[in-house]
Design a protein around this ligand. Structure first.
Ligand code: NAD
Length: 278
């Protein structure tokens, strides 16, 4: 099946699909199956990371899928302990993936205690000039982290991948992104499944549209212009999470979802998370 999802244009002129497939906590072998199912279902964007330990499986699934390389958008990430050796770490990721180039390379976390993310950003910028990375971006960056790399290098990230779901809509960061032409990408877009998807408000909206709560949440991301990368290893859910294009949320639905904001984080707080350095 060909591409089903709309694309967003990045500030470097490249495009990426607005809906992709995440593979955190998926083992190498499981990743071969899950990514294979996702590509077969029509996903054309895969989000992995060196830290997930499944780049080999992701690369294998892409090669075996029969989908041409230039039709798949592949993201991987620089792990925290590798900030001082960015170029070597990228080369290791590229070799595990078995790809000539990566579409998007992200600094996984700023790790403020280490304070090496500006050096990492400069190294990524050089790799991009060599053509082995098409676009460069960051993940879990705060407004202060973003402002600093822009001020010190003049290079604006294409994307900031952050925890974002109806419990944590990240309005302040989204406003900063909009001002600077940075695309907002949501990790844990479904709030990791449990709890959020059981909320009565989402279930009511889902019932009204004859959809599932997961589909309602993904539609909400897309309507806000956010890139989302839901994860599942269950084939029916992998397909369900891509089937979000035949309906629209109305103003009332959006208002009801806005009320779910509880500033509730499910993952680490980038201000204090120093994984690898704690
Ligand atoms: P998610 O919000 O995508 O939720 C995934 C979980 O929700 C699944 O494990 C499953 O239990 C459930 N689920 C999925 N589809 C469902 C459906 N249709 N109905 C009911 N339940 C469903 O959470 P995530 O995996 O944490 O985030 C998605 C991706 O974001 C990750 O796989 C990874 O690629 C990325 N991520 C990045 C960072 C980062 O620091 N940059 C951190 C976490 C995740």
């Amino acid at each position: 099946m060909d591409e089903l999802t709309p694309r967003v244009t990045l500030n470097d002129g490249n495009e990426m699909p607005q809906l992709g497939f995440g593979v955190w906590q998926v083992g190498n072998d499981e990743a071969v199956n899950a990514v294979g199912t996702a590509l077969d279902a029509g996903y054309r964007s895969i989000d992995t990371a060196a830290m997930y330990g499944n780049e080999e499986g992701v690369g294998r699934a892409i090669r075996e899928s029969g989908v041409p390389r230039d039709k798949v958008f592949v993201t991987t990430k620089l792990w925290n302990t590798d900030h001082p050796r960015t170029k070597e770490a990228f080369e290791e990721s590229r070799s595990r993936l078995g790809l000539e180039y990566v579409d998007l390379y992200l600094i996984h976390w700023p790790t403020p205690k280490q304070d090496r993310y500006v050096d990492a950003w400069r190294a990524m910028s050089e790799l991009q000039k060599q053509g082995v990375i098409r676009s460069i971006g960051v993940s879990n960056f705060t407004v202060a982290n973003l402002q600093r790399i822009i001020d010190e290098t003049g290079v604006v990230p294409t994307v900031n991948q952050i925890e974002l779901h109806p419990w944590l809509p990240q309005e302040e960061l989204r406003a900063f992104h909009a001002e600077h032409g940075i695309v907002t990408e949501a990790w844990s877009p479904l709030g990791q499944g449990k709890g959020l998807l059981e909320s009565p408000e989402l279930n009511q909206i889902a019932q009204k549209h004859g959809r599932t709560p997961a589909q309602v949440v993904l539609r909400w991301h897309l309507d806000l212009g956010i890139v989302a990368i839901p994860k599942s290893v269950t084939p029916s859910r992998i397909r369900e999470n891509l089937d979000v294009f035949g309906f629209e949320l109305d103003f009332e639905d959006m208002e009801a979802i806005a009320k779910l904001n509880s500033s509730r984080r499910l993952g680490g707080d980038p201000e204090t998370a120093n994984y690898g350095y704690a």
